[in-house]
Every structure is written in structure tokens, then in C-alpha cells.
Design a binder for this molecule. Structure first.
Ligand code: F6R
Length: 366
């Protein structure tokens, strides 16, 4: 049931204030001072003492894992590697008993991710799952896990499952950081509080859907697009590009913003839309100069900015504002306008958004 929406994807985009809330509800104390993740209590000693965390996943789940890498290293201070499950399993990876492997999968059935954890388990690693479908194959192979509780996702292009995966990883990063003594009381409480504000901030972003649709209209005939971000917003750039290519069939690439000058800058001309995720954080000044580099070559800049940002408004062709937040929360807010743009571009191009060509919801073949 599409609940009055034209497509499942649009319904699922709009469900995110609720689905993210469902992901953290019952896991954050009422007074917002503690995080409990019941499903991984038994492996918490392993996790807090891990020498290394290896995240394995495919596609959008791999992008969520890459957001997790930034947050885990920042707050938990544990080295993280994010691996494409298919590459990891076939290269005789070095795994030992002090490693914790986290498998991220919406369906819990992705063949390569399942095979990767089976192999890591044989080599003695502790395996944790972050999955959406309860009772699916991956959770059955793991030692412990956290379900995302996003609710059933029908649109082939993953939206609410991604934000729920990021929500779980964010909670884990904060909780492990706290347990390892890296986060003082005040900061820990502030971070938890910031996470609980995400649903209401997303409601505000979703209210600007018509404005975002207007931007989509201007770029619907593009043949290429670039997406740029830095830090934990770099994987959001990758995810924005994937959403556009998979449902609208426009070629799109995501890059760390500073990598642009090492090649992709050659592609920029007045026909190239460049989506820049440029909210206020510690790399803000750097991303502002990346925007200048694009404008100097006549590229069209669509920037996702913190509300009230006048500097970028004066440089970019369009800005989409998101409410101010702590930088650790920005991936959850900034990905949503990119989902909305992709959705509307695909609809305007007459594409089958819920069932894009050549794609399946669950990839059970390798
Ligand atoms: C993209 C998309 C895919 C999946 C990938 C992994 O929108 O949905 O890239 O993310 O096939 O699937 P799961 O998460 O089920 O393992």
C-alpha cells in the first residue's frame, strides 16, 4: 500500500522521520543520556577492545558503512576498513580473532555479504550484523546484531534503510566512544540529543520538496552529474550519485571534493550539474573553495547548505537548506534532498522508479 503516494520510493523517503525514530526508539534512554543496543551487549567487550573493525557490505549499504568508518574513527577511535563484500571474500584477506566484522545489509540476503561473513567467522572474527529483514540469512550467521527497524522497504532504490543503517552506526560509534573513555559526559549527551532531533529536522526538509522538485526540473535532461562532499559527507556524495544513476539512468559520479582537481575537474563545463554537500563543519572553508573551483569553470552548482548560509548562496546556482546540526548528524539530513532530487528527475524522465531496469531488490546471486 502506497499510502496515497505515487510510488513506494516517495512513500519511503517521507517515512524517514518515523523510520529513523523507530531505529533509535527504545535504544536511547528517556532522559537522552544513554544508548542501549541490546543485540550487541554480549560482544561489547570484543567491540570496545577490537584492534580493528572491518565493515563488509554492497551498494548503498557499503555507503552507510563508509559513513560509519568516519564516525567510528572519530568517536570510537578504532581503525576501520570498509570493504566491498565481493572483493573482500575473494582476496584471501588477513583476519584474526581480535577483529570485529560488521555486515550491513538491508535484505540480509546479499550473497557476497553472506559469504564474506561465513569466511570471516571461520577465521575466528566476531561477526555483527546490521540488517533490516528480521530472521533473514545474514542475522542467522552472526554472533550478535542490531536490527535497523526501518520497516519493509519495497522501492528497489534504498532510502529509509540507508538512513536507519546510518542511525545504528552513529549510535554504535557514540556508545563505543563513551565506553572507551573518548567522550566526556557533556559531549556524549549532546551527541545523543542531536540524534534525537533528526526526525523533526527531516520534517522541515521534507516540507521543501516542491522547491527541490523545481531544481530537479532544471536538470532533468542532464547527461552527467558530479556529487562532491568531504569527511562523512563524502559517502553521502557517493549515495547521491548512486540514487541518480540507478533510477534516472543519468551517469553520475561521487567524489571526495578535494579529489576533483585530480581528474574529474576536466569534465566541468556549463552543462555539468555539480551537487555539493557543504553544511557547516570543520571542512567548510575547504568546500567553499571547491565550489569556487567549479564556478570558475562554469559548472552549475547545487549546494546542500546549513540554513542561513549566505556565503554559498552568493556563489552557487541553487542552495537547498537543511537545519543546523552537529556535524556527526549531517549525513542523515543531507542525503534526503539528494533522494528527492533523484526521485523527481526519474519521474520526469518517465522512468520506473520503483523497479529500475536490470536491478533486483535482493541480490542473492554473486
Ligand atoms: C541501491 C541498493 C543496492 C543495495 C545492495 C545491497 O539503492 O539498494 O545498492 O544497497 O544491493 O543490498 P543489501 O543492503 O540488501 O545487502
Amino acid at each position: 500500500d502506497k499510502n496515497g503516494y505515487e510510488h513506494y520510493m516517495l512513500k519511503e523517503i517521507h517515512e524517514q522521520p518515523t523510520s529513523i525514530g523507530d531505529t533509535f526508539r527504545g535504544r536511547i534512554s528517556i532522559d537522552k543520556t544513554k544508548i542501549f543496543l541490546g543485540g550487541i551487549i554480549d560482544v561489547m567487550p570484543k567491540l570496545t577492545q577490537a584492534k580493528r573493525i572491518i565493515i563488509v557490505a554492497c551498494g548503498t549499504s557499503w555507503h552507510a558503512g563508509t559513513v560509519g568508518e568516519y564516525l567510528f574513527e572519530e568517536y570510537a577511535r578504532i581503525p576501520v576498513e570498509v570493504e566491498y563484500a565481493s572483493e573482500f571474500r575473494y582476496r584471501n584477506p588477513i583476519i584474526n580473532q581480535d577483529d570485529v566484522v560488521i555486515a550491513i545489509s538491508q535484505s540480509g540476503e546479499t550473497a557476497d555479504t553472506l559469504a564474506a561473513i561465513k569466511m570471516a567467522k571461520e577465521k575466528g572474527a566476531t561477526i555483527i550484523g546490521i540488517c533490516n529483514v528480521v530472521g533473514s540469512s545474514i542475522p542467522r550467521e552472526t554472533h550478535a546484531g542490531v536490527y535497523t527497524h526501518a520497516g519493509i522497504e519495497i522501492g528497489v532504490a534504498s532510502t529509509k534503510a540507508f538512513t536507519s543503517q546510518v542511525t545504528v552506526l552513529t549510535m554504535m560509534a557514540f556508545m563505543i566512544g563513551r565506553k572507551r573513555g573518548n567522550l566526556y559526559d557533556d559531549l556524549y549527551k549532546k551527541l545523543i540529543h542531536e540524534l534525537t532531533l533528526v526526525p523533526e529536522k527531516l520534517e522541515i526538509i521534507l516540507k521543501s520538496e516542491n522547491y527541490i522538485k523545481g531544481i530537479a526540473e532544471m536538470y532533468k535532461d542532464a547527461t552527467n552529474a558530479l556529487y562532491l562532499g568531504r569527511g562523512c559527507l563524502f559517502p553521502v556524495a557517493l549515495e547521491g550519485a548512486l540514487k541518480l544513476k540507478e533510477i534516472s539512468y543519468i551517469h553520475a559520479e561521487g567524489y571526495p571534493a578535494a579529489e576533483m582537481k585530480h581528474g574529474p575537474i576536466a569534465l566541468i563545463d556549463e552543462n555539468m550539474p555539480v551537487f555539493v554537500i557543504a553544511t557547516k563543519d570543520k571542512s567548510y572553508e575547504k568546500i567553499v573553495s571547491n565550489i569556487q573551483e567549479v564556478k570558475a569553470r562554469s559548472g552549475r552548482v547545487i549546494a546542500i547548505v546549513t540554513e542561513g548560509d549566505e556565503t554559498i548562496k552568493n556563489m552557487a546556482d541553487h542552495v537547498i537548506e537543511v537545519p543546523d546540526s552537529h556535524e556527526s548528524i549531517a549525513p542523515l539530513l543531507t542525503v534526503v534532498p539528494l533522494q528527492i532530487i533523484s526521485y523527481h528527475i526519474a519521474v520526469m524522465r518517465g522512468c520506473n522508479v520503483d523497479q529500475p531496469r536490470n536491478l533486483a531488490k535482493s541480490v542473492t546471486v554473486e
